[in-house]
Write a protein that binds this ligand. Structure first.
Ligand SMILES: [Zn+2]
Length: 92
């Protein structure tokens, strides 16, 4: 079993409920404790909900972006791209 975020395998990798979506994914203890989520999930979530509460920003977005070495500007760009992709798909 591999952590869905950092890709590490280990005995501490366990299934847990995502803090973004009601689904189970594999987290290693490090990622779980840090509040990281898979980047793609964060982008999708950002697109769907547009706005994050302050606690989401502190607990999930910042640790995730730090881990993936993304800036908030890059994240916002990726969210905008996702929005374009989804909008284009639904227009076809
Ligand atoms: Zn991990």
């Amino acid at each position: 079993m591999q952590c869905a975020i950092c890709g590490r395998a280990g005995s501490d990798v366990k299934e847990n409920t995502s803090s973004l979506y009601k689904k189970s994914i594999l987290y290693c203890l490090d990622c779980l404790v840090s509040g990281r989520e898979p980047y793609d999930d964060l982008v999708s979530y950002g697109w769907e909900y547009a706005r994050f509460t302050k606690s989401y920003q502190q607990k999930i977005i910042l640790p995730t972006l730090t881990f993936y070495r993304k800036t908030i500007e890059q994240f916002n760009e990726d969210v905008a791209k996702k929005r374009d992709e989804v909008t284009n798909e639904s227009n076809e």
